[in-house]
Design a protein around this ligand. Structure first.
Ligand SMILES: NC(=O)c1ccc[n+]([C@@H]2O[C@H](COP(=O)([O-])OP(=O)(O)OC[C@H]3O[C@@H](n4cnc5c(N)ncnc54)[C@H](OP(=O)(O)O)[C@@H]3O)[C@@H](O)[C@H]2O)c1
Length: 290
């Protein structure tokens, strides 16, 4: 039987806005919003409809709030500056969902709570900032999570929403596949400061293959189970992308924002060192894009 719960969302940007809107569909969620910049409304375009919903975003709090759930929608490089929030929002009973790209999503939070209170979540929900501060969400969001009791409890918070929650047996493999794909595409587009039409060139297809294969070696050493033809599958998917397709790394770079290099090529290179696997292409990318 579900009950009223206090749910906080930290980081009301693209994904935080999408998640907040979906959580609002369940009136058993009492919602609290925390972010760096104060906005008076959640502004979202979803299913072609514009929503402008009043919201009380706290940019600071003086007293701790005993949340049942804290859902963190920050980018990896934003965690360092967000440290002060954690002791105020995380209590012994608080369960935490971390929604971000990359691997080892629990690490920055283990100083504040137990491992089994933290749920790692991978999101597929392309969302971009449009005019007048509206975030446009292009597809129904899919949250991929490990198969366990914490995920069952998390799923209840999204009752009546349009989020699809996909519980998977092998979360590590799913995370690595997404990482290899997004780190390869994002890095090459950023290096060339261009969109997917560059992959018409055989040289770029070769570079894509080399970078992907290098990353897969690290994924396998870390325990991911990657099929033999994964690179071919990703390459044929890539060849079907529209010429003008970019990536979140390219968008951030072009908007003068920090790119998620640490969460992508950075972690591949770091784990490569830990497993004594050379990652010269990822290392070069980090040097070039840092
Ligand atoms: N956007 C997408 O389409 C998409 C798709 C799939 C996965 N993801 C992943 O989802 C994660 C979140 O991405 P996003 O696109 O939502 O990022 P974002 O738009 O930059 O949102 C992050 C939010 O956190 C806030 N923030 C930053 N530092 C903070 C701090 N110290 N204290 C409190 N709030 C802080 C930011 O505030 P300001 O408003 O002041 O910047 C911003 O509102 C990333 O790992 C990303 O890769 C994104």
């Amino acid at each position: 039987m579900d009950s009223k719960q206090q749910v906080g969302i930290l980081g009301i940007g693209a994904i935080g806005t999408v998640i907040s809107y979906q959580l609002q569909q369940n009136n058993l969620n009492e919602l609290f919003y925390f972010s760096r910049t104060k906005h008076t409304h959640l502004k979202l375009i979803s299913d072609g409809l514009r929503f402008e919903l009043p919201v009380d975003i706290k940019t600071t709090i003086s007293k701790p709030i005993p949340l049942d759930w804290l859902i963190i929608c920050l980018k990896e490089h934003q965690y360092q500056d967000a440290q002060d929030w954690f002791p105020k929002l995380i209590h012994p009973h608080t369960r935490i969902a971390v929604i971000r790209n990359g691997l080892q999503l629990k690490h920055p939070l283990l100083a504040f709570t137990d491992d089994d209170h933290i749920l790692e979540c991978m999101i597929d929900a392309p969302t971009q900032l449009r005019n007048e501060g509206f975030y446009q969400n292009l597809n129904a969001p899919i949250l991929t999570v490990p198969q366990n009791d914490l995920s069952n409890a998390f799923e209840l918070r999204f009752k009546h929403s349009k989020i699809n929650i996909n519980q998977v047996e092998d979360f590590k493999t799913e995370s690595w596949k997404k990482l290899c794909e997004s780190a390869t595409l994002g890095a090459l587009l950023c290096l060339h400061n261009d969109t997917c039409h560059i992959f018409k060139s055989e040289k770029l297809q070769h570079d894509y293959r080399e970078l992907m294969n290098e990353s897969i070696q690290v994924a396998k050493a870390d325990g991911a189970i990657i099929e033999k033809d994964f690179t071919d599958q990703m390459l044929s998917k890539l060849m079907n992308y529209p010429d003008a397709k970019g990536s979140s790394m390219l968008t951030d770079m072009r908007n003068g924002k920090p790119i998620e290099l640490g969460a992508k090529n950075g972690i591949i290179s770091q784990l490569g060192k830990a497993y004594q696997i050379d990652t010269p292409i990822n290392d070069m990318i980090i040097r070039a894009l840092s």
